[in-house]
Write a protein of this length. Sequence first.
Length: 318
Amino acid sequence: MNLLLGLRRKGSIQSQKRTLWKRFFGDKLVVLGAVIVVGFLLIALLGPYIAPYDYAEQFRPQGSGLLPLDVMSTARTGEFLILGSDALGRDMLSRLIYGTRTTIVIAMSSVMVASFLAIVVGSIAGYLEGSLFDEIIMRIIDALLTFPGILLALILVAAWGSQGIDIGTITVPPEMTIAIALAFTLTPRLTRTMRGSTIPQAHRAYIKAAQLMGMPAWRIVIFELIPNCLTAVVIQAATYLGLAVFTTAGLGFLGLCPPEPQPELGKILARTQEYFLTQRFWHIFIPGFTVSMLVFGFSILGDGIRNILDPEYRFEEA
């Protein structure tokens, strides 16, 4: 009898997995988003190997002057800069590749940090609903939510600086400084989601049973509550990836980004805006198009993950 129940449960799990994959590949827009995201992730991972030159390398033809901003500019004998160079003679294609890498690292790191903080704080607050800890956390979240996300990120990055932070003998790199500042703008809503998912679970019978067995509160939160409440946070975090990319590029455009010569898509846009409506329009069009495709890919992929995993958004099978 137990063997039959086990086989039936295993078959049910496999059937659910097949249904989820069928839903995923059945939505062509979500598949397009996944292809875009995977493509950009490969560029980010393989950036140092596929970039033609180092992002800081400057080219000076015939030993003097900087390379002109032409589409096909001879850099060395038999070599070309496909997209030309920036005002300092640095290869635009290489800087776009490395800039994409920087933007993705900051955006994804911020979402991961925000998700971790939200899971820890939200699960504890939900388990201790109505306690002093819960009240303090919710008031802090309410205070943070009064600030627009981009404004809060601007304040934090301006206060901490975008050059990195020295904490004793530990140096926090600029990318992580910006990612942590951006994470603080995403954490309040994710924390509310985690707390809201935890509260009903904390009153379930299996939690009461664990308490009666004398299980410590920290074990209940880590091993019982968090695994059963992760889905809601994962769904919301996936939908925030596009927003994180957009905000990262926005901060870079305003100059709150890793220092020179390290490229970032928003910084590249800011440096090339003078070429708008000129013969060298591609210098601003290509990085702008890259940011748009990143936001588009992450956004529709996040929406697709939400539609697949969230029962409120699941569609009926034909």
